[in-house]
Ligand binder design. Sequence first.
Ligand code: TXE
Length: 499
Amino acid sequence: VTVEPAARKASDGRAAGAVEDLGNYIDGSFRQPRNGRFLDDLNPATGEVIARLPDSDAADVAAAVEAAQRAFPGFAATTAQERSRLLLDVARGIEERAEHLAMLEARDTGKPLALARRLDIPRAIANFRFFAGAALHAASECHPTDSAALNYTLRRPLGVVALISPWNLPIYLLTWKVAPALATGNTCVAKPSELTPLTAGALAEICHDAGVPPGVFNLVHGLGPRAGAALTVHPDVRAISFTGGTATGAAIMGAAGPLFKKVSLELGGKNPNVLFDDADLETALDVSVQSAFMNQGQICLSGSRVFAERRIYDQVVEGLVARATRLKIGDPLDPATEFGSLISRDHAAKVSGYLTLAGAEGGKIECGGARPSGLASHLAGGAFLDPAVVTGLAPASRVMQEEIFGPVVTVTPFADEEEAIALANGTRFGLSATVWTNDLRRAHRVAARLEAGTVWVNTWLLRDLRVPFGGTKMSGIGREGGRDSLEFFTEPQNICIKL
Ligand code: TXE
């Protein structure tokens, strides 16, 4: 069953030419928020309003959770084959609309269209294909108690799960949660970032067209403290998978704790990128500039703290500055653009504030930090900022300790392996780390001592969807990916049979 395009939007009948009103997607249909209120969705590169999204509140959340609750028994009873096929159909729907989705993502986030085409949309497809396969391969354990008993473990879906996603990789991260939630037979309510609602709305259309039954995938737009918070405390939500800032993660953990909900939190990072002097320096620098500035530095896995062995320190600073200043900055929709707009002017102001602070903390801004010159006039209202390389800061400085989540990388020299490890671990975060060396033994030795959920050696952002993904310390709790996702979204039940 497909709905007519007109019925897909919660239009309030405003004049043609007005921006589109997005709807919540609840129980298989697009609806206006009950309170009738909408928020503006901006294109951060131009400042123009490109859509309006529901400013949903607890009433919309309740309707979505109720629909998901009603749909749960039926969906939980589907076979793994059926769910796998459904996920493959969603993947195909994304693939068929890949170009449209890439365009939506670039307009909504300010990221280069080329990046959305290369990274975000292919990954959304891969997430659905991967968990379509995983659904078929899931197995459970058996613990024979000698000849006395046989224990086996059933893994049941949880029920209604809440999926809360951020603005930096909107469809990439939302599908990373939706696909395993549905693969394991749960029903869900998704709450995408209020800053980037467009691809989530398109995903609802794709799920609808793929035949995902009403109530299985629900989407509620709106503000974090209103719609998001209502979702996290709803008594019928059994688990929360959240990706976003550490402060928000703490608020969610605080709200969900007394209600004993299962939570998986993927939070911030301040990831070390350690270059030893035996590394293949050209490759290390090419990848390090990506690691620092891809997606305008707004990736939780960004290598925002570079540590360079003293002998190569000057080369590293020069190499990063040369590469950063060569990045092609401009209109995200120009396919040649490598570096687009930040998510908002507020966020750009926050990032600029850190550069001012870097100066006050004794740092030197080697390049970047200003508004790029020569931008086209339609980008005059955009949230642009030149990528910045900062040196001379103390490891305890705020700029080296706090997640900036923007195009700012610090470079710090180190004397030896011990110091490199101490500097790398010297933060309250622990999401990822990168090590560059051609010494095999050192690579293993250092990697094992780094306090990070993921350590890359001589690479960055190389992701295998089977591996456990997540952070230690203030970077979160829990792991997702492969078997970890299947386990998060299911409840183990032990059955003990006396023999
Ligand atoms: O993220 P939020 P924001 C970091 C980054 C950034 C900072 C704040 O440093 O500057 O976080 O960004 C929803 N209950 N990261 O404010 O608030 C919100 O609506 C339930 C790092 O944009 O964490 C959105 O859907 N939900 C990060 C989602 O949480 C709530 C990615 C994420 O928003 C809520 C993004 C609440 N009380 C930001 N408050 C990464 N490391 O990947 C907000 N939300």
